[in-house]
Every structure is written in structure tokens, then in C-alpha cells.
Design a binder for this molecule. Structure first.
Ligand code: GAP
Length: 526
């Protein structure tokens, strides 16, 4: 069989109805199997809240960072980028309020030794109305944060009533988180670990900053912190950038870098970890500017950017923090939420922080953080709008949105399941796979190698000559490669030097020249 067409070796008809809902287990398995994400220190049993990115993961993560940097910094005239140190003067964190207040409410279960965040632990009194209409609390039930907390509590309340053989009508549950529990109630709320009451402690503030010591001494004077956010680097360097960067209000300072938080309950894979990467931008505006307009513009910008890297509109929503829950200095915070398989969760926070941070640093350092207004001839402290997002959360979102298992049927009528990662060409770790149809045909291999080397100068590409062509396509589908190029006998024997270009999503094939292939990449990978 000399002239085997690649089209004949690939399944042809995806059955859309067969796309299964994304399961985190399948996603985690794929991430491990194909070298996207490993547990940190896996050979020692792993280390909770820490992850390693494998060869494809490192590439995908870099592409997310590069796209953000290109769009946020290089393609805008009003944003500059910086890179600040991870360990800063400890006074930075005193001034910012992190030493005193960067804490989560921690609850311990004294029996199981499990720790919970009080705001993620829900409870409800079990209230029963007797025949005479008198309502009475007969016990308490608890549930960990999930998409369906109220439903779980209701089921637990019904089971509680049944087990204790309590008569009367069960009232609907009122789900409250444990930070709202009264002291006398805490003793009665069952621990999710044991199912028994009496072992939960009252919530106490747990500071999430990792401490270290700088220098040879390890006394109180040498204490320093791993930064819990990149943002303070931008505030502390504000004057340096203004004095050296030829920037004028309104303008932004952006940074990408690692942040560290000793999360009480790291979970949902890389969603909440203890070492993660942030992409933050502080957009400084005039104190009299219409901050809500600028805030809205940045929310819209962030949404459009997420779509530009392939996140579907259907998975995105907004959550405006209620006024009474805002930090005292915050004027408004809107989170862009993403529909993860474990629920709708925060992806990107866009906060209007007023002049709080610069004022704090001015007061603590004694160095004014003001700019001069030519119009009014007055100095003032700029206000700031801050879009802050985690690279790892975007990484997880693109995996969740892109992952599909679908039934495909080949021309012989055989149906199989193909796993495909529909990643945007902008961020896909491999842009093109170059495949000679047969590995023992020197002429095909030579042409494929020449194309591969040429593509490699500009793009992350993959060369594969092993296995049947259909299997090679499947491997690329699974890692999200948008296109495969097959060098076949038509390439060599027919005029035009064309290749078969196979599209990952449609599995359609067409013939293209080298110039057309480069033009496609130029347009789609930006
Ligand atoms: N400077 C503001 C700030 O850091 P944040 O809401 O605490 O705000 C911003 O964090 C973003 O960083 C979040 O929206 C999320 O994407 C990411 N992030 C925060 N904590 C994280 C964690 N433990 N693991 C992974 N990503 C995290």
C-alpha cells in the first residue's frame, strides 16, 4: 500500500452528542500521563499544595504568560512591566496590612486533626416544627464548601431527623459558614471528619504568609516573608517607575511572578495551591477620575482577553462583591468567575483600591508617593484599579474548557473514543506536528525534516515518524496540537510541494503549501 492517504487512516465523523462532561479525575490523569503537571516531590509521596509543570505544562504555562505580557504590556502604550524581588523588606508587609491582617479563619477538628477554613465549612441548625406549631432546634449538621452546600445540608438534616426518630415537620436549612457560628453553637456542630459534635475549635486568625529568616541570625530581627502577592512590588517601585519611565497618568505597572500562601486547605488540583504564579497590574489614575468607568473597562478587557486565549463565554460570569464584605479601603471588587468541574469559582479579581496602598507606603516609609497635577498645580496620591489573576487558575481553566472525550467513527464504521484538548493556537504547547507518512522512505523523511527545522525557528513544533498515522494524530489531539502536517507521496510526486494539513477540531484535511502553512500560523499564533 504505497499511496495511503492520511485521510483514510483517521476517524472522520465526530459525534457531538457523545462528548462527556469533564471529570477532574480524567483531567488530572491526562495532565500526568502527557507530562503537563506532576505532584511536587512525588517520589517522596508528594507535598500538599505544591506542583511541578512537566515539559508540555511548562510550555503551555509560558504561552499563557507570554500572551498576557504581549497584550498587557507590549501592545499597550499605557502599561509598563517590571520584575521585583520575592523577598522584600518586612516593613512592606507591615505597611500593606498583611502582617496584621492577611489571615484566614482556621478551625481545627481536635479528634481527626483536620484543619478547615471557617468560611468554607457550612452548618445549619436542624429545626423541626411540632404539631402544635412550635419550632425547636433539635441538632446541627455540617458540610464542606461545594456547589450544592444547601442541598447537602438539607439531606443531612433529613437523615438526622430519621435516625433520631424525631416527629414533626423539618424546616428548610439555613446554610451559614462557621465564621457566623455562635460560641455555644460550635460545640454542637459535627465535624465533617468524624460526623460527631464537640471536636471543632472556634475559628482563629491564621496568617498565611510564609516566614523565613534572612542572614545568619534567626532571631526576630531577621524575619522576612515570601511575598503573598506580586502587587506590593508595583506600589513600592511606583516612584522609581514615575521618575525613570516617562509614564503619565493614567498608566499601569504590570508584573508576573511567583507568590506564596500557606493555604489551610489547598485543593482542587492547581486551583488553590501554596506556591502559585500571579499576573497583576496596577493601573494608576487621577484621584478625581471616574474610577467606576475605568474599573468597568478593565473588567471588559480581562473578559475579552480570556476569550482570546480560548475560554468560552458560556463558562465565564461576573461576581460583584457585596459592599458590606469589601475591605474598608476598597471601592468595589468584581471577580470574573469560571465554571470549573467542581463549581463556579474565582478566576480573576478586578479591584478598585483607591489610594490605600500608596498612602500606606508613604506613611510607613516617610517618602511621599505623589504626582504633580499640571492643571491644578497640586500634588496628589493616585488611585488604583488592580486586575489580579493566577496563571495556574487560567491553566486549569483552559484544560477544563478544552478537554473532551468524543466518539468518532471511521470510514469502516468502527467507533472509538478520542480524547482531545481544544486549546487555542495562541497557547497550545505544540503548534504543529510534522509527520512523514512512512519512516522508511528517505525522500519523505528528508522533506519532513526540512520543514520541521524551518518551522522550529519560529514555533514550538513536534516531529513524529513512529506508529501509524492515525495513532500519531490521536497523540497530538490529546496534547492540544492544533494542526498536523503530513508529508506524503503527493508532496514529492505532484507539482506544488503541498502537504496534508489536518485540523485538530474538525479532523478535516486539506492540502497546503509551505507558504500557506506559515501564513496560517502567522495569523493564528500571536
Ligand atoms: N493583589 C491582589 C490579590 O492578590 P487575590 O484575589 O488574593 O488578590 C489574585 O489573588 C488572583 O490570584 C486570584 O484571583 C487567583 O486567580 C490567584 N490566586 C490567589 N490565591 C491563589 C492560590 N492559593 N492558588 C492559585 N491561585 C491563587
Amino acid at each position: 500500500m504505497r499511496h495511503v492517504s492520511p485521510a483514510m487512516s483517521d476517524a472522520t465523523t465526530p459525534a457531538p452528542a457523545a462528548t462527556a462532561p469533564v471529570s477532574m479525575d480524567n483531567l488530572v490523569a491526562l495532565a500526568k500521563r502527557r507530562g503537563f503537571i506532576f505532584q511536587s516531590s512525588e517520589i517522596y509521596g508528594g507535598f500538599n499544595g505544591f506542583f511541578d509543570y512537566g515539559p508540555l505544562g511548562a510550555e503551555l504555562k509560558k504561552n499563557i504568560r507570554d500572551c498576557w505580557w504581549a497584550d498587557m504590556v507590549q501592545r499597550r502604550d499605557d502599561v509598563v512591566g517590571i520584575e521585583t524581588s520575592i523577598i522584600m523588606h518586612p516593613k512592606v508587609w507591615e505597611a500593606s496590612g498583611h502582617v496584621a491582617g492577611f489571615s484566614d479563619p482556621l478551625v481545627d477538628c481536635k479528634v481527626s486533626k483536620q484543619r478547615y477554613r471557617a468560611d468554607q465549612l457550612f452548618f445549619s441548625p436542624v429545626v423541626v416544627t411540632a404539631a402544635d406549631g412550635v419550632a425547636q432546634t433539635v441538632g446541627y449538621v455540617s458540610a464542606l464548601e461545594s456547589e450544592n452546600t444547601a442541598g447537602e445540608l438539607q439531606t443531612a438534616a433529613e437523615s438526622f431527623k430519621r435516625k433520631k426518630a424525631i416527629q414533626g415537620t423539618l424546616c428548610p436549612v439555613v446554610a451559614k459558614d462557621l465564621t457566623e457560628a455562635r460560641e455555644d453553637e460550635i460545640a454542637l456542630i459535627p465535624s465533617p471528619a468524624t460526623g460527631e459534635p464537640g471536636s471543632l475549635t472556634a475559628p482563629r486568625a491564621f496568617n498565611m504568609m510564609f516566614q523565613t529568616n534572612v542572614g545568619a541570625m534567626t532571631d526576630g530581627s531577621s524575619v522576612a516573608y515570601l511575598r503573598p502577592e506580586t502587587a506590593q512590588g508595583m506600589f513600592v517601585d511606583f516612584k522609581n517607575v514615575v521618575d525613570t519611565g516617562r509614564v503619565k497618568l493614567p498608566f499601569g505597572i504590570a508584573q508576573i511572578g511567583k507568590s506564596f500562601r500557606n493555604e489551610i486547605t489547598p485543593r482542587n488540583f492547581i486551583f488553590r495551591s501554596r506556591e502559585f504564579e500571579q499576573m497583576e497590574m496596577e493601573y494608576f489614575i487621577h484621584e478625581d477620575a471616574d474610577w467606576s468607568k475605568v474599573h468597568e473597562e478593565w473588567i471588559a478587557w480581562c473578559e475579552a482577553w480570556l476569550k482570546s486565549i480560548g475560554l468560552p463565554d458560556s463558562h465565564l460570569s461576573r461576581y460583584a462583591h457585596p459592599k458590606e464584605k469589601l475591605a474598608f479601603y476598597s471601592r468595589g471588587t468584581v471577580d470574573i468567575m469560571f465554571k470549573y468541574p467542581f463549581g463556579v469559582q474565582e478566576l480573576w479579581g478586578i479591584a478598585a483600591r483607591g489610594s490605600y496602598d500608596l498612602t500606606q507606603h508613604a506613611n510607613a516609609s516617610g517618602k511621599p508617593q505623589e504626582v504633580f497635577d499640571e492643571a491644578t498645580k497640586k500634588k496628589f496620591v493616585p488611585h488604583v484599579i488592580e486586575p489580579a489573576v493566577g496563571v495556574d487558575r487560567i491553566f486549569l481553566a483552559v484544560l477544563c474548557a478544552g478537554y473532551a472525550e468524543e466518539a468518532v467513527t471511521d470510514e469502516k464504521g468502527n467507533t472509538e473514543t478520542r480524547t482531545v484538548l481544544r486549546l487555542s493556537p495562541r497557547i497550545a504547547p505544540v503548534k504543529v506536528a510534522v509527520l512523514p507518512l512512512l519512516k522508511n522512505k528517505e525522500v519523505l523523511v528528508a522533506r519532513a525534516q526540512a520543514l520541521y527545522k524551518k518551522l522550529q525557528r519560529r514555533y514550538a513544533v513536534f516531529y513524529d515518524e513512529t506508529a501509524a498515522i492515525g495513532r500519531r494524530y490521536r497523540r497530538q489531539d490529546e496534547i492540544g496540537t492544533p494542526w498536523c502536517v503530513t508529508i506524503d507521496f503527493d508532496t514529492i510526486e505532484k507539482p506544488g510541494d503541498t502537504f496534508t494539513l489536518r485540523d485538530r477540531d474538525t479532523m478535516q484535511q486539506r492540502r497546503v503549501t509551505e507558504a500557506e502553512l506559515f501564513a496560517l500560523l502567522e495569523e493564528q499564533v500571536y
